[in-house]
Design a protein around this ligand. Structure first.
Ligand SMILES: Nc1ncnc2c1ncn2[C@@H]1O[C@H](COP(=O)(O)OP(=O)(O)OP(=O)(O)O)[C@@H](O)[C@H]1O
Ligand SMILES: [Mn+2]
Length: 567
């Protein structure tokens, strides 16, 4: 009946409506697809403890993004982004996605790049560490550095003349003065007379380290000066020892005769003592062996973003107590009931008689980190981490309450451009592996603007517990589902039997002077590294199952070259 009554015009109206509805549905579907591709599936629960059950994740909730984002640092949002630099295309500046192959595990090319790990050439007499560093992934071609990609440069005689003749004298470039002969004006007691010229041969290791800092890394792994620098720190006569200000725990600044300096952190815990489970991360002690191990781990991950650190056995009496001019420090020395020489210094945390640093009776293990160039020469910018913890016993940080937090970070300068976000994720991977929950800030060199690497300073609270992993450290990766390709490939390499991370770390740490006393990381800590590495790879895998655009391809152009090489 109804059919009968339907005239031709009504029919076309229905047909039209059907078409409109179909188009709308299509548009809606397209929109949904595009949204799902750019954002990732996030954990459903909002409490921080939910992160412990993140891996592997199967939930598929979407969360509304929040429109306002208070920048993590007032200075960070005001800092203008420089234009992207073609020269560093290979390093990390291209966003590129190579189709579906990325989505599940290593591609054929990647497998070729990584190898099977079985070819570790034991027979060739190479150690696992040497074999790792010989691997193509640790020898990626780097574009030539331009003049302004170096943090400092030696001033030549011509520069000096130029500057004198200029009226304003406004030299922008930070320069190390080394005209024909660099002579210190005053001959301070104990310091050597300076006879450095612009010839690198005459420079002490610490100066060569400073002059080797570039836009993309703190040191070149192959630079023979790095072992020379650590040897220098471990053996030079200590000329002065004073407390270093800044930070919350006790640390000293040592000076050496040829004007080098080191940041000292003393041994506070035995190697295998685990941090008390009831201590909050912000109440944890700093560990000297964590500073040393962090330097090795960062280098093994291919980052080169931690100043070289070395262990040393110092004499508390002759190398600190008897030479210090720091009254605040010398006042705190005492002899313990068993006759050990102890001190505690003045600082916010653990500087009291109840928490002394003691020699046995004089010998004390310490870590010595190479000092970065003076802030007057090379100013640094401190950035508050978007994933900073609340540093409160009760409050949760924003990222712990909002699973879609990364969407906001991704839109906020400097994380919306260049490599900053993947740099931060590199840092989260490093911190998760060593279980460092104390990364509240990070620093960059002001000179390089936003196109530069992140300094991974202050690792004293890492390696506190081996029996537990802390999934919340990995949240930047879990929430953003983004990782640099070179990092991912190296992580995969380090998970293969021939290059197992724990084996490489054991070998690398054995080179430290303190390894003679006891391995710098106990076996349970080394085993934890392998376990955590598997967790990181699993997290990436889960991301790849759930989101697009996970891998940031910083190796563009390298695949093709590699493919052309004979197997
Ligand atoms: N190798 C270095 N060269 C120069 N400066 C350094 C070096 N390492 C650390 N610093 C500076 O010293 C400051 C304090 O050092 P560090 O963060 O290790 O101390 P801390 O007591 O652990 O700090 P916090 O309590 O804030 O965690 C750092 O923020 C950094 O600016
Ligand atoms: Mn610290």
């Amino acid at each position: 009946m109804v059919r009968k009554n339907l005239g031709r015009p009504t029919c076309s109206i229905y047909l039209g409506l059907a078409c409109v509805s179909l188009t709308l549905h299509l548009l809606l579907a397209l929109f949904c697809l595009s949204v799902l591709q750019t954002a990732c599936v996030l954990p459903a629960s909002s409490s921080s403890s939910s992160f412990s059950s993140i891996i592997p994740r199967t939930d598929t909730h979407r969360h509304q993004s929040v429109s306002s984002f208070s920048s993590s640092d007032a200075s960070s949002s005001s800092h203008k982004l420089p234009t992207s630099n073609e020269r560093h295309k290979l390093n990390a500046n291209t966003l590129h996605h190579k189709g579906k192959d990325w989505l599940n595990g290593p591609t054929e090319t990647e497998k070729k790049l990584i190898g099977t790990g079985k070819e570790f050439p034991k027979g060739k007499g190479l150690s696992v560490l040497e074999a790792l560093f010989n691997h193509p992934l640790y020898n990626l071609p780097h574009p030539e550095l331009q003049e302004d990609d170096w943090l400092l440069r030696v001033k030549t005689d011509e520069d000096a003349t130029d500057k004198e003749s200029r009226e304003d004298g406004g030299e922008e470039e930070v320069a190390v003065s080394a005209n024909s002969q660099w002579q210190s004006a005053s001959q301070e007691e104990g310091y050597e007379r300076v006879t450095w010229t612009s010839d690198a041969e005459t420079h002490p290791p610490w100066l060569r380290f400073h002059l080797g800092i570039s836009r993309w890394e703190l040191y070149n792994r192959k630079d023979p000066n790095v072992p020379q620098l650590t040897h220098y720190l471990a053996t030079q006569r200590v000329l002065s020892a004073v407390q270093k200000t800044g930070g919350t725990q006790l640390k000293l600044l040592l000076s050496f005769p040829n004007h080098g300096q080191a940041l000292l952190k003393p041994m506070k815990q035995s190697r295998d003592a685990e941090t008390d489970v009831n201590l909050f991360y912000f109440s944890d002690f700093e560990r000297h062996n964590a500073e040393i191990a962090a330097f090795h781990l960062d280098r093994i991950l291919g980052f080169n973003r931690i100043p070289p650190v070395v262990g040393r056995l110092i004499n508390v009496t002759t190398e600190i107590k008897e030479i210090t001019t720091d009254r605040r420090l010398s006042r705190t020395f005492f002899t313990s009931p068993v006759g050990n020489v102890c001190f505690y210094g003045q600082c916010e945390y653990y500087c009291s008689t109840e928490h002394p640093v003691c020699g046995q009776p004089h010998a004390l293990e310490v870590s010595l980190a190479a000092m970065l160039p003076d802030l007057a020469l090379a100013p640094r910018r401190s950035w508050r981490s978007p994933w900073r913890r609340s540093y409160s016993r009760t409050k949760l940080a924003q990222w712990q309450k909002e699973p879609a937090y990364c969407d906001k970070v991704k839109q906020t300068p400097p994380y919306n451009h260049g490599t900053r976000l993947v740099d931060l994720i590199d840092m989260a991977v490093l911190d998760f592996l060593m279980s460092n929950m104390d990364r509240h800030h990070y620093e960059t060199f002001e000179k390089f603007g936003n196109e530069t690497f992140l300094l991974h300073l202050d690792n004293g609270r890492a390696f506190g517990r081996h029996s537990r992993d802390e999934p919340s450290i990995l949240v930047p990766l879990l929430q953003c589902c983004r990782i640099r390709r070179s990092t991912l490939l190296r992580l995969r390499l380090l998970s293969l039997p021939g290059f197992r991370l724990s084996d490489v770390m054991r070998k690398s740490l054995a080179r430290d002077p303190l390894a003679g006393a006891a391995p710098l990381l106990s076996e349970p800590h080394l085993a934890a590294l392998d376990r955590r590495l598997a967790t990181v790879l699993q997290a990436v895998h889960t991301c790849q199952d759930q989101c697009g655009d996970v891998v940031y391809n910083d190796l563009e152009g390298y695949d093709e070259k590699h493919d052309q090489q004979p197997d």
